[in-house]
Design a protein around this ligand. Structure first.
Ligand SMILES: C[S@@+](CC[C@H](N)C(=O)[O-])C[C@H]1O[C@@H](n2cnc3c(N)ncnc32)[C@H](O)[C@@H]1O
Length: 292
C-alpha cells in the first residue's frame, strides 16, 4: 500500500463528495479509480476477465437485451457486458421482488453488482415520468463516477422498453456520454422458433402490436404474421378476435422458464393472460407463391 496525502481544492472536494454520495462508493475508491484511469491500470483485465473482458469507453451506458428470460438465450455479447459492467441496473415494479430481467442477470453473471430501480409501468403519466427521472438518476449515479453501467432489459432494448427514453434524456443531460444498445432476442422470436412458425416471408409483413384493439385492425391482413406483445388482455377477447378473423394463433408464456407453455388460442383457459405472454398469429395466406 502506498500512502500519500493529496491536496484537493475545496470545489473538487465538494464534487468528489457529491459523486461518492450518489454512487454509493467511498471517496478513496473513486480516487483510486481516477488514478487507475490516468495510468492505465483500469484498462487491464481484472480478476477472471480473460473470458469476459469488456472493451468499453468509460463512463458509458449499455442497454442490454437479456432475451426472453432463458439464460441459454442470452447472447455472448450481453453476457460479457453484464459480467464486465461496474453496476447493473434492473427495473422493478416492487423494490423487494426479483423481476424476470434480474433473474436472468443473476443466472448469467452471479457476481454482477445489481441495483434495483423501482419503475411504475402503469398508465399514470406522472408516475411514469417520475420513474423515468429516477432511472436516469440511477444511471448517472454510476456514470458520473466514471463507471460502465448496464441497464438490463428483457428481450431487446429497442422494443417496448424504457431504454429509448432513458437514452434520450441522457443525451440531453450528458451529451458526451457514450450510450449503446446490445440487441437481445425477443419473446416472439423464441415463441416462433419453438412452435415452428415463420415470422416473415417475402412479401408478407410481420406486425407487432401491444394491445388487443390493434390486433383487431391487423388480423384482417391474412398475409401478415401478427404478434401481440404486452398481452394485457384475457383469453376470451383473444378467442373472439381469432374467430372473427378466422386466424388460429398460439400463446406462449414464460419461454425457457418454469411454467413455460405454448397453447393454441382456442384452447386457452378463461381469464386474464399473464404479463409475460406473447401471442403469435401466423400468416394464413401464402403470399410467397404469388411473389415468385
Ligand atoms: C415491456 S415488454 C418488453 C419487451 C422486450 N423488450 C422484448 O423485446 O421482448 C413486455 C412484453 O414482452 C413480452 N415478453 C417479454 N418477455 C417474455 C417472456 N419471457 N415470455 C413471454 N412474453 C414475454 C410480453 O408480451 C410482455 O408483456
Amino acid at each position: 500500500v502506498h500512502k500519500s496525502s493529496v491536496y484537493l481544492p475545496p470545489e473538487l472536494k465538494e464534487r468528489l463528495a457529491s459523486v461518492a454520495a450518489r454512487s454509493g462508493r467511498s471517496e478513496a475508491d473513486l480516487i483510486r479509480t481516477a488514478i487507475d484511469h490516468l495510468v492505465g491500470v483500469a484498462d487491464a483485465p481484472r480478476h477472471d476477465e480473460a473470458a469476459t473482458h469488456l472493451d468499453a469507453p468509460r463512463p458509458c451506458l449499455f442497454g442490454v437485451g437479456m432475451g426472453p428470460g432463458d439464460p441459454d438465450l442470452v447472447t455472448l455479447r450481453a453476457r460479457r457486458v453484464i459480467a464486465g459492467a461496474d453496476r447493473v441496473l434492473v427495473l422493478t415494479t416492487d423494490a423487494r421482488s426479483v423481476g424476470r430481467a434480474e433473474m436472468t442477470v443473476r443466472a448469467t453473471a452471479a457476481q454482477a453488482r445489481l441495483a434495483r430501480v423501482p419503475f411504475a409501468i402503469g398508465a399514470d403519466e406522472t408516475a411514469r415520468r417520475h420513474s423515468l427521472a429516477a432511472a436516469v438518476d440511477a444511471v448517472l449515479a454510476g456514470t458520473d463516477a466514471g463507471e460502465v453501467v448496464a441497464l438490463a432489459l428483457l428481450g431487446d432494448p429497442s422494443q417496448w422498453t424504457v431504454f429509448g427514453a432513458v437514452a434520450d434524456e441522457l443525451r440531453r443531460q450528458r451529451p458526451d456520454l457514450h450510450v449503446e444498445a446490445v440487441a437481445g432476442l425477443t419473446a416472439y422470436q423464441s415463441a416462433a422458433a419453438e412452435t415452428g412458425v415463420a415470422l416473415g416471408a417475402p412479401g408478407s409483413p410481420l406486425v407487432v402490436v401491444d394491445n388487443a384493439d390493434d390486433l383487431d385492425t391487423f388480423l384482417d391482413r391474412a398475409d401478415a404474421t401478427v404478434v401481440l406483445f404486452k398481452a394485457s388482455t384475457d383469453a376470451a377477447t383473444l378467442q373472439q378476435l381469432a374467430r372473427a378473423h378466422h386466424r388460429p394463433g398460439i400463446v406462449t408464456e414464460l419461454p425457457g422458464l418454469p411454467g413455460h407453455r405454448s397453447t393454441a388460442v382456442s384452447e386457452l383457459s378463461d381469464g386474464p393472460l399473464p404479463y409475460l405472454a406473447t401471442a403469435v398469429f401466423p400468416a394464413t395466406s401464402d403470399v410467397r407463391s404469388s411473389t415468385r
